[in-house]
Design a protein around this ligand. Structure first.
Ligand SMILES: [Fe+2]
Length: 191
C-alpha cells in the first residue's frame, strides 16, 4: 500500500485523490489488523517470536512477492485491482464463510474467544465493503472509456492474485512437504 501511495500525488486528479484517502485510511486500519492477527495467533498457541522466526516456504511466499511486485512496478489501477480488490476481497469472503457458523469460534475457550476471533470478524464486516470501494477506485482511475488493453491487464492481474492465493491454499490444505532449509553454496573466500 505504501508503494501505491507513492504513485498517487496530492492534487493531481480526483481519482488519485480517492486512492490517497483510501490508502492512508487503510494503512491505519491494517496497523490494527496486525494486532488482531497476533491475538488470533496467541490464542492458537503462537507467540510473536514464533511468527517472526518461522521459515516461510516458497509456495506461501509467492502471493506476498506478487503483491510487492505488482505494487512496485505496475500502474496504480492494476496494483489496486490485484491487491485491495482481489486479495482483500477474497480474504473478506473467506472470513465471512468462517464466521457464518460458530463451529470454529467455539474451539477457543470462552475467556479468549472474543480476542481470538477479532481478526476474522473485522474482515468479515470491513472487507465486505472494502473490495467494492477498491473496485470503484479502479473504475475511476480507468475512466468511462478505458482501452481494451487496460481492461485485459487488470483482469490478468486479478486472476494472477487468485492463482497465487490458490497456490498457497493448495499447499496449506495439501500434504505439506517436510520443512527443509535449502543449503546455500558459498564461494570460497580468497586467502
Ligand atoms: Fe486487514
Amino acid at each position: 500500500m505504501a508503494s501505491n501511495l507513492m504513485k498517487a500525488r496530492f492534487g493531481n486528479s480526483h481519482s488519485e485523490g480517492m486512492v490517497r484517502s483510501y490508502l492512508i485510511q487503510n494503512i491505519r486500519v491494517e496497523n490494527m489488523h496486525a494486532k488482531h492477527w497476533l491475538q488470533w495467533a496467541g490464542a492458537s498457541g503462537l507467540e510473536l517470536d514464533d511468527l517472526l522466526s518461522q521459515e516461510v516456504l516458497s509456495e506461501m511466499h509467492a502471493l506476498a512477492h506478487w503483491c510487492g511486485h505488482v505494487s512496485l512496478t505496475d500502474e496504480l489501477a492494476v496494483a489496486v485491482a490485484a491487491t485491495n480488490y482481489a486479495v482483500e476481497g477474497a480474504t473478506g469472503d473467506f472470513s465471512c464463510f468462517v464466521c457464518s457458523e460458530e463451529t470454529y469460534e467455539l474451539t477457543f475457550p470462552e475467556p479468549i474467544r472474543k480476542s481470538a476471533m477479532c481478526w476474522l470478524k473485522v474482515h468479515a464486516h470491513y472487507d465486505d465493503a472494502h473490495m467494492w470501494v477498491a473496485l470503484d477506485i479502479v473504475a475511476t482511475l480507468l475512466g468511462t472509456n478505458p482501452p481494451v488493453e487496460s481492461i485485459n491487464k487488470i483482469r490478468a492481474a486479478i486472476r494472477k492474485s487468485y492463482d497465487y492465493m490458490r497456490m498457497t491454499l493448495d499447499y496449506v490444505y495439501g500434504t505439506p512437504k517436510p520443512l527443509t532449509v535449502r543449503a546455500v553454496e558459498e564461494e570460497p573466500v580468497a586467502a
